[in-house]
Design a protein. Structure first.
Length: 224
């Protein structure tokens, strides 16, 4: 079930596992969508490829938070994203040792930057057809990173993912890159279709957890 909610100025979709148990904590994905889902129509987010494709998988027990970017880019509201992440961590059903970030294209750039800016929070990151500030790659040397890109992507060149992964590994990290031969910009499709990606996420867990005071933010409220 997809719920439409709001945190401050950010509308977002919340997806919980089937048959969620009260008091249980779940691995959590922060989904950073691409440019095509921008706006103020949160209902539109329900048809995002992530939700359409991953519903075909057997329920793997993830919670997904998917905020909607109402600005031109995620970087225009990056400070708000940090507050949203803090808010996520206060939710009782979130396993704060298993929080992950994932996204394509515009969201791929945001995934790289969120991972670098909050390397104390995320256990792993899955940036798809994006790029980032490879000179800061040392911040990701202790994080699981699996990047994806199409070799025929003319919107964001595959070299952008290569630069990031190479820079992380030169710093002693263990990042990996999957390149789809003959694929253009829509490399998120085979990535979301690949159950192995989500199983790989579950292999990563933070030993040291950043705790956010439970009373820092009000309880989530229904959008509308």
């Amino acid at each position: 079930m997809l719920e439409c909610l709001r945190f401050k100025e950010l509308d977002y979709i919340l997806k919980k596992p089937d048959n969620t148990e009260s008091g249980k904590k779940y691995p959590t994905i922060l989904l950073m969508h691409g440019a095509g889902s921008r706006g103020r129509d949160i209902e539109m987010m329900k048809s995002n490829p992530y939700f359409i494709i991953t519903q075909k998988h057997d329920d793997m027990g993830f919670v997904t938070f998917a905020p909607q970017c109402y600005a031109n880019t995620w970087f225009d509201i990056f400070e708000q994203l940090g507050e949203f992440l803090d808010y996520m961590l206060t939710c009782d059903f979130v396993d704060t040792s298993r929080v992950y970030v994932m996204g394509p294209s515009m969201g791929g750039y945001a995934t790289w930057q969120m991972a670098m800016s909050h390397c104390d929070v995320f256990a792993a990151a899955v940036p798809i057809c994006g790029g980032g500030m490879y000179w800061n790659a040392a911040r990701l040397q202790n994080m699981g990173v699996w990047a994806f890109h199409g070799d025929e992507d003319n919107a964001v060149f595959c070299e952008e993912s290569k630069k990031m992964v190479d820079a992380i590994n030169k710093c002693g990290g263990n990042a990996k890159l999957t390149i789809y031969n003959g694929r253009g910009h829509d490399s998120w499709v085979p990535t979301y279709e690949n159950r192995e990606v989500f199983e790989w996420l579950l292999d990563h867990k933070k030993d040291t957890i950043t705790e956010i005071p439970k009373d820092k933010y009000d309880n989530q409220t229904l959008f509308g």
